[in-house]
Design a binder for this molecule. Structure first.
Ligand SMILES: Cc1cc2nc3c(=O)[nH]c(=O)nc-3n(C[C@H](O)[C@H](O)[C@H](O)COP(=O)(O)O)c2cc1C
Length: 389
């Protein structure tokens, strides 16, 4: 039965959800690119009367405005705590439209200094039964210079002049750049894009760029972060970490974040662990799931990503945390916040559940604030409060 929530929800449930019920069928990357091109067209032409009307309706259906959801973190105003995670809008093609989908912020990228094609296709696989995905995209993106052009084309203003369109940019290392030259690679992209970032995410955790995760080593990470912090007008910096780190590694990174005065951590990226998923043959390649390279996202990641947030919050509750990984319901969003995340991000859950997930999460949070008699979301962060029906 289709729930009567709104026009866009019904369209999504009728047209897209049936495709997402099977691993095979329309290729996952093709589907992503197709939807992104519709959004890009809308973002570039949002003043056309028909498109403007559609966007207004989208806004009415999906945006939840409530002052109790507002937070100021590192000087940035977040109208609500739900963001789009990195990797969906890698080139910022639709950067102007994410707030109309109800997001409090969106993370553009990963962008690299050099344009690059990424890994060979197929490289994104649906795991429908578990509402998960396996990807080894490999930072396919058009490069930092092109991202600036895309921002200019859509009229995405400088970060300091923007209202209600909070954008983080996620930076990675180009594939052709050796690990010893990584710092220069990150700095080049950052220098071009600083004027457009509300915050910068330093991505050292993608499993799909050879050697990148070595930058999570505290000595290499310290060198990178120190240079980043020296940049003129450096925005707030968040470091995005992998879910496959040991607790000892996480503690070392937390110490570094504190010592170097870094603004926060985004936890987590996709996992190399197969997280107990049922073994099956991936139809597009004929290989078993365990034989495929790539990172796992979606519901199976929920528990691990939540535990990491809880662990970091217990180590030091002054570290700003963005929780990401397997959030796909108001309950899982509330749990992440109560474990210590000030902000959360969604990707795979958003694809499976559709755009309605954003207002569902936000209305769920408001309901919990009422049930627990809290006056602002800040009071829920790290509170370990249960979900009350
Ligand atoms: C297809 C795909 C591409 C991704 N690309 C990036 C990326 O370029 N940079 C990044 O930091 N994370 C990337 N991610 C990871 C997500 O941002 C997120 O950390 C991860 O998917 C866990 O969240 P989820 O379970 O809500 O999807 C990607 C994830 C997916 C599924």
């Amino acid at each position: 039965m289709i729930e009567q929530k709104g026009m866009f929800n019904n369209i999504y449930k009728n047209l897209v959800t049936p495709i997402l019920k099977k691993d095979a069928g329309i290729d996952a990357e093709y589907l992503t690119n197709f939807s992104l091109s519709l959004l890009t067209f809308s973002s570039n032409n949002r003043n056309w009367p028909l498109i403007s009307r559609i966007i207004n309706n989208l806004n009415k259906e999906l945006c939840v405005v409530d002052r109790r959801l507002h937070q100021k973190i590192c000087g940035i105003d977040f109208s609500n705590p739900v963001g789009l995670a990195a990797g969906f809008d890698k080139n910022g093609n639709a950067a102007n439209i994410w707030s109309d989908f109800g997001f409090g912020f969106a993370e553009i990228g990963t962008v690299t200094k050099f344009p690059q094609a990424g890994n060979a296709k197929p490289r994104l696989f649906r795991l429908a039964k578990e509402e998960a995905a396996l990807n080894r995209m490999g930072f396919n993106n058009n490069g930092a210079e092109n991202l600036v052009k895309n921002f200019l084309k859509q009229g995405v203003g400088l970060s300091k002049n923007r209202k209600n369109n909070c954008l983080g940019i996620n930076f990675g290392k180009s594939k052709i750049t050796s690990l010893s030259m990584a710092t220069e690679d990150y700095l080049t992209s950052l220098k071009l894009l600083i004027p457009y970032c509300n915050y910068a995410a330093i991505n050292v955790s993608s499993p799909n760029t050879e050697g990148l995760r070595k930058l999570q080593d505290p000595i290499l990470l310290k060198e990178l972060l120190r240079e980043v912090k020296k940049l003129d007008n450096c925005p707030p910096i968040f470091v995005k970490i992998a879910p496959d780190l040991s607790y000892k590694d996480i503690e070392d990174i937390c110490q570094l974040i504190i010592d170097e005065n870094i603004d926060g951590i985004i936890a987590t990226n996709t996992s190399l662990d197969r997280l107990g998923l049922e073994q099956r043959k991936i139809q597009q390649t004929g290989l078993l799931l365990n034989e495929e390279n790539g990172g796992l996202s979606g519901r199976p990641l929920q528990l691990k990503a939540n535990e990491i947030i809880r662990h970091i919050h217990n180590i030091n509750n002054n570290i700003n945390l963005i929780g990401v990984g397997g959030i796909d319901s108001p309950e899982s969003a509330w749990e992440r916040i109560c474990s210590g995340a000030s902000l959360i991000q969604i990707y795979t859950g958003w694809i499976y559940k559709g755009p309605q997930l954003v207002p569902d999460i936000l209305n769920g949070i408001i309901k919990q604030l009422n049930n627990h008699q809290l006056s602002n979301i800040k009071e829920a962060i790290g509170s370990n409060l249960e979900w009350i029906e």
